[in-house]
Design a protein around this ligand. Structure first.
Ligand SMILES: [Zn+2]
Length: 182
């Protein structure tokens, strides 16, 4: 049986694209971060557009947020956040509760291009594509190492248009997301 075209309703036109939806989830995850300077979120997605895992930059399990050296500078490296903080991508990979084979061929959305440590974890986990918004460390040695790793290991990476639509998300009832002009 075929439905008469006349009875079909009009489909909504301004729904989110998959890229917008998943980078939105990554950004929403980032808002959970306690880091006062950098909030990064990541969302791992299967090739059939199922969300497999999410993560944001934060403290290792059982390391109390309030006892954490959140600063970027200190007398020694160990008085800064850098040796301790878990990045969003690594957390998303480690938070994944399924079997390793499900990550094979998946893609990761992240609002900042991955550092070289996360790049290695991404490669080893089986993720095959990285989709990112910001590349503010472009040209730094760590950033170039990430790109070399991805190029050598056949991981695709693409930057989303930084001039994305702006969504206004209300957490109040009966207030749908609004799409603002760019
Ligand atoms: Zn990282």
């Amino acid at each position: 049986m075929k439905l008469d075209k006349k009875i079909l309703g009009n489909k909504r036109k301004d729904y989110l694209t998959w890229d917008e939806f998943f980078i939105g989830i990554a950004k929403l995850s980032a808002s959970r971060s306690k880091d006062p300077n950098t909030q990064v979120g990541a969302c791992i997605v299967s090739d059939s557009n199922r969300i497999l895992s999410i993560g944001y930059n934060g403290t290792p399990n059982n390391f109390n947020d309030d006892d954490f050296p959140w600063n970027r500078e200190g007398k020694t490296e160990n008085e800064t956040k850098y040796p301790y903080v878990c990045h969003a991508e690594l957390n998303a990979i480690l938070n994944f509760a399924g079997t390793r084979s499900e990550l094979k061929g998946s893609r990761i959305y992240v609002d900042l291009f991955p550092c070289n440590e996360c790049a290695k974890a991404i490669i080893q986990s089986g993720i095959s594509e990285v989709i990112y918004l910001s590349d503010k460390y472009n040209g730094t040695p760590g950033n170039e190492a990430s790109k070399l790793l991805f190029d050598q290991c056949g991981i695709k990476y693409r930057q989303l248009d930084p001039n994305q639509r702006i969504l206004k998300l209300s957490l109040r009832p009966d207030e749908p997301i609004q799409f603002l002009d760019k």
